[in-house]
Design a protein around this ligand. Structure first.
Ligand SMILES: Cc1cc2nc3c(=O)[nH]c(=O)nc-3n(C[C@H](O)[C@H](O)[C@H](O)COP(=O)(O)OP(=O)(O)OC[C@H]3O[C@@H](n4cnc5c(N)ncnc54)[C@H](O)[C@@H]3O)c2cc1C
Length: 301
């Protein structure tokens, strides 16, 4: 009954999650969904509710760690969700949650809109970026976060009801928000008018910087830990000073290039990665008394 109903609404049984995460880690999900629009999404949520299955929303999977045992529910992948971009007056844009960050920034540039250039080299979808309050700056002391630009977010509640949350109802914090309980479908942002040439030049500089300092050659989820508050050194620096740069468990390794990037050398398992994360936390706590906090999202099976 479950399988027949699932197939009818296009769910894929037993999909391997390592195919859908930037870490290339994760076992099978009972069901995998790729909704293209709100109607399909509503049907999937209804199915999960009726079958009493949990669901997990996935963008590009660039900040997520799934167990080797997989996920005992429905993984809803937003990558094939519609990618509408609408530019209204006064530097306001409305964007679908499945839009990849780099495409979003390109579209903004075409409309002479800037401020969000930092997002261009962060892998992922706009929905994932908003939930995570993604950010990046190559300049010390400058904080660029997507939350600063969000005016309104349209979501589906787990019960399948459409809601629009205003800026005043959304709490953004360092790589977090109060939006995790929802499925984001649309975001309204207020940006800054800026000539296309200037936007593209900033995108180029960011990309050059990231290529120079980050390990982009191996599968990873970007920075594993949030940075502790100033004046503490960064998480990467602390891990490095703890002597762990290049340390390896199985095929999971602390990148020799950037100690806050934990990379998959080929066959790393979730267990390897969790052990490496626990080791880094222990050593840094012992040596410097600093409690590192994960930026990546571990999804219990
Ligand atoms: C090489 C590399 C570099 C990175 N650099 C940065 C960086 O500079 N700054 C930074 O902030 N991050 C960085 N990241 C981490 C990651 O790219 C960001 O967190 C990104 O915003 C995640 O987007 P995603 O679409 O891949 O989301 P996912 O990783 O798929 O999901 C992340 C979280 O968002 C939720 N989610 C995703 N889409 C939706 C939706 N539509 N509705 C509701 N919930 C949703 C998921 O449930 C999950 O909790 C990097 C990652 C990599 C691999």
């Amino acid at each position: 009954m479950t399988l027949l109903g699932a197939l009818k609404i296009g769910l894929e049984p037993d999909e391997l999650l390592s195919r859908h995460t930037s870490w290339r880690i994760g076992g099978h999900a009972i069901f995998f969904a790729r909704p293209k629009n709100t109607e399909e999404l509503t049907g999937i949520l209804e199915f999960a509710r009726c079958e009493r299955l949990p669901f997990y929303v996935l963008g590009r999977g660039s900040n997520v760690l799934f167990p080797d045992e997989g996920y005992g529910g429905v993984v809803i992948n937003m990558l094939e969700f519609k990618k509408d971009f609408m530019c209204a007056h006064e530097a306001v844009a409305e964007v679908s949650a499945g839009m990849p960050n780099n495409q979003f920034v390109q579209k903004c540039a075409e409309h002479n809109l800037g401020g969000v250039e930092f997002l261009s080299s962060i892998p992922g979808t706009l929905g994932g970026a908003v939930v995570q309050n993604a950010g990046f700056s190559r300049r010390r002391g400058v904080i660029n976060e997507i939350g600063n630009f969000v005016e309104e977010v349209t979501v589906l509640t787990p019960e399948g009801r459409m809601r629009t949350l205003q800026k005043s109802e959304i709490n953004f914090s360092y790589r977090d928000s109060n939006l995790r309980q929802y499925v984001i479908v649309k975001i309204k942002l207020k940006m800054i008018s800026c000539p296309q040439k200037q936007v593209l030049a900033e995108v180029h500089e960011n990309s050059k910087y990231r290529n120079d300092v980050q390990d982009l050659q191996h599968p990873s989820a970007g920075s594993v830990f949030k940075n502790p508050q100033a004046p503490s050194p960064s998480s990467g620096r602390l891990i490095d000073l703890a002597g762990l740069r290049g340390y390896r468990i199985g095929d999971a390794q602390i990148s020799p290039r950037h100690a806050n990037f934990f990379i998959n050398l080929g066959q790393a398992t979730c267990r390897d990665m969790l052990e490496l994360i626990a080791l880094a936390k222990d050593k840094v706590k012992q040596k410097f008394g600093v409690k590192l906090e994960e930026e990546i999202r571990y999804v219990p099976g």
